[in-house]
Design a protein around this ligand. Structure first.
Ligand code: BGC
Length: 750
């Protein structure tokens, strides 16, 4: 299999991308020289600056931005609308020494007190911070954390990353991925928040809100319909406006409304013929005009393809270079092909974001990352993200008083747990081990965490490479726990959803040897489970982050009652997903490649998202296809019942119901509310419209009232180009999974 680095450098051949890992020594030298440069460049006369009109904190961010704008020369304006290169991205740029080692930076205007924007990737933690001489906390993957359906933990997630960014000298995150899981084989599914726009948008919005509260520029990406990695720089995503608005774009709309991010990163792909970073419909008509997004749009790395067209369409900032937004932009302004007012608009958006997020008033102060504090947050989030998928004969939680031996098998479980690759990759404390290619297992041994729970019992490990040896160990143990993984990364898609290598055979053989076999999956997306009927228990642990081992052991032994629910459907087979295969780009001639090198690219193939509105569970519902595990599904060590539904309509529709913990353990239930629209809406059978987490002691009941946003009951009318709530009868359904909704009540809405 080709590694991410190779794929990325191939894919981005037009900009000759590659991301070398650098030695610790080189990293230290780089980091020292970067900061020396930065300090000198940012040494304005503080006292004079403090009196500048735009430093008046009682003014709005827009007023302050306008005041700065008036002071700027043309060259200064241009310097704000492009990046200064990225380490490893082509030859070093003249200002490279002023960067912080991250994915990119934008020059500051030190004479006016405007700081540099130092950006770092930060999907599930601050990326590759070892380059910067520090480690970061690796949180569970984004799709994993989405399984908690928890806005508070989304906030904790963002706050932690925001804090660690600042500590490491960054003031902008490039996290905030929220592309919907239209294609579960998409290699970046782990960086996103699942298949439902209401869940995904709500969670990413809460993450961004709290991340940005740490005085970093928040970002939401990849806008939009960047739903596969194969040929991502040359694919045209063909999709109707209605489907886009009600699914992929709705996730962004909700995320932006809640999180108020400073920036939106436009994606590599084209949408209906125009590249996302020069697509007037998505950037100007929808994002800036309709949603009134006040921040700035920056291109994905190398995703800018023009000057005049991109600028007019609404792209504010080119990253990571200045191919189109440097001299070419200046010349276009001087020639009058780009009006000064248009340039000013880009600059104003960037400046107002810096004021809005507190960058100007709170200059970066580097500090030491709180590793222990980070671990605690990572463990708690993972504990609420693990999804218990199967628990036959109540094999879980493991009984400390009766179990005398445990076989721990497979996936380097004596060492650690796998992580997601690409620009999201984090270097966690303790340093991970790449066992092959770029696959990185984070330290924190599940074997040791399990052993710590049950000290006298022998906990033996088998690597699983030798299936017979593993099965023999399972046979002579009371319990067998098989750890398996599916590695995914940016720059590649999965061929299928099978566990790679010998893992399916390993599980089957171990389960044949010991019926008390529990499978713990670390995956970036759904996996198929041909062995499901043979095993007693299954935990989906996603990519569990720095404290995954402890979180998994806590769930296995019942110190934590699992509460996660799937943020995406697990299909029975990839034959059931809307597209039988991930569509690949055509082979290219040398002359085509030569043209692409200039950055003036054109899409070379299309993916027609004809399934339209039918994303995830909406597809399986409409097609009446059985699934392996439905969206919103997850078991607990206790049970819950639902009763007493009441719905009310009017301007603020709401639903009231009672959840009862009918079992014997305290737990947290995720209650889900779905709606069916009137038949003439021609919508999928149901859509998620509200959800909440309810913590309950055994026997305890709680009445819950959830407001339902009218937009979540509306459809996007393409002809009228507006959202409409159709008058008619709506059915609201409440329960613990998209496939188990015991409460139903109809309501008429006007
Ligand atoms: C990725 C972005 C990332 C950027 C900078 C791109 O290839 O698509 O998500 O933020 O690189 O590393």
């Amino acid at each position: 299999m080709m590694g991410w680095l190779e794929i990325r450098s191939l894919e981005n051949s037009m900009t000759n991308v590659c991301f070398p890992r650098i030695s610790a020594f080189a990293a230290t030298i780089l980091s020292i020289s970067l900061f020396a440069g930065l300090a000198n460049a940012q040494a304005p006369q503080q006292a004079t600056l403090a009196k500048a009109a735009w430093m008046d904190k009682s003014l709005t961010a827009d007023q302050r931005a306008d005041l700065v704008l008036k002071e700027l020369t043309l060259d200064e304006k241009i310097s704000l609308i492009h990046g200064q290169g990225m380490p490893g991205w082509g030859p070093p740029k003249p200002n490279a020494h002023l960067g912080n080692g991250g994915a990119g930076f934008v020059m500051g205007i030190p004479r006016l007190g405007i700081p540099f924007i130092q950006m770092s990737d930060a999907a599930y933690g601050v990326r590759s911070s070892a380059m910067n001489g520090r480690y970061s906390t690796a949180l569970p993957s984004n799709v994993g954390a989405a399984a908690s359906w928890d806005t508070e933990s989304a906030c904790a997630y963002g706050a932690l990353i925001g804090k660690e960014l600042r500590a490491q000298g960054y003031n902008m995150t490039l996290g905030g991925g929220v592309n919907l899981t239209r294609e579960p084989r998409n290699g970046r599914t782990f960086e996103y928040q699942g298949e439902d726009p209401v869940l995904a948008g709500t969670l990413v919005g809460n993450r961004i809100k709290c991340e940005q509260a740490q005085n970093v520029l928040g970002d939401i990406k990849h806008y939009a319909v960047n739903d596969q990695e194969s040929g991502r720089n040359e694919v045209d995503s063909v999709i109707s406006h209605r489907a886009m608005r009600e699914s992929d774009l709705l996730a962004f709309e909700i995320g932006i409304a809640i999180g108020n991010p400073a920036a939106v990163m436009c994606s590599y792909n084209a949408i209906n013929g125009d590249y996302a970073c020069e697509n007037k419909y998505v950037l100007t008509d929808v994002l800036k005009n309709e949603w009134k997004f006040p921040g700035f749009v920056l291109s994905d790395w190398g995703g800018t393809h023009s000057t005049v067209k991109a600028s007019a369409a609404g792209l504010d900032n080119e990253q990571p270079e200045d191919i189109f937004y440097g001299d070419a932009f200046k010349k276009a302004v001087e020639a009058g092909t780009i009006p000064v007012a248009e340039l000013d608009e880009h600059v104003r958006r960037i400046l107002r974001s810096e004021f809005m997020a507190g960058l100007v008033d709170n200059p970066i102060k580097r500090s030491v990352v709180d590793v222990e504090g980070g671990f605690d947050t990572a463990r708690k989030i993972e504990e609420s993200s693990i999804v218990l998928l199967k628990n036959s004969g109540k094999v879980l939680p493991l009984n400390r008083s009766t179990i005398r031996s445990i076989a721990v098998i497979g996936d380097h479980a004596d060492f650690g747990l796998i992580s997601g690759g690409g620009s999201a990759q984090v270097d966690p404390p303790g340093k991970g081990e790449p066992f092959w290619l770029e696959h990185v297992w984070f330290p924190g041994s599940p074997q040791h965490a399990i052993a710590a729970k049950i000290p006298p019992a022998p906990i033996k490990f088998s690597s699983g490479k030798d299936i017979v040896e593993a099965a023999n160990l399972a046979k002579t143990s009371d319990i067998a726990i098989v750890f398996v993984s599916q590695w995914t990364s940016e720059g590649m898609d999965l061929k299928d959803l099978s566990l790679p290598g010998n893992q399916n055979s390993l599980i089957a053989a171990v389960a044949d040897a010991n019926p008390k076999t529990i499978v713990v999956i670390s995956s970036g997306t759904a996996v198929t489970m041909p062995w499901l009927s043979k095993v007693a228990g299954v935990l989906e642990a996603w990519y569990p982050g720095s404290k995954g081992a402890d979180a998994i052991a806590n769930v296995l032994f019942g110190d934590v009652n699992p509460s996660g629910k799937l943020p995406m459907t697990f299909p029975l087979s990839e034959a059931d997903v809307p597209h039988p295969t991930v569509i690949q780009p055509p082979p290219h001639s040398e002359s085509w490649k030569a043209v692409q090198k200039t950055g003036v690219a054109t899409p070379s193939f299309a993916v027609h998202y004809d399934e339209g509105l039918l994303v995830g569970y909406k597809w399986y519902d409409a097609q009446k296809k059985p699934v392996l595990f439905p969206f919103g599904f997850g078991l607990s060590y206790t049970t819950y019942t639902y009763s007493g539904i009441k719905v009310s309509g009017g301007d603020k529709p709401s639903v009231t119901f009672t959840v009862t913990n009918s079992g014997t353990r305290a737990g947290t239930e995720i209650a889900e509310v779905y709606a069916s629209l009137p038949a003439d809406a021609q919508e999928p059978p149901k859509r998620l419209v509200a959800f909440t987490r309810v913590a309950l002691n055994p026997g305890q009941s709680q009445q819950v009232t959830l407001a339902i946003d009218r937009k979540y009951l509306s459809i996007f009318d393409e002809t009228a180009n507006t959202w409409k709530l159709l008058p008619g009868s709506y059915t609201l359904m409440v329960g613990g999974s998209s496939a188990s909704l015991p409460l139903t009540q109809a309501i008429n809405l006007n």
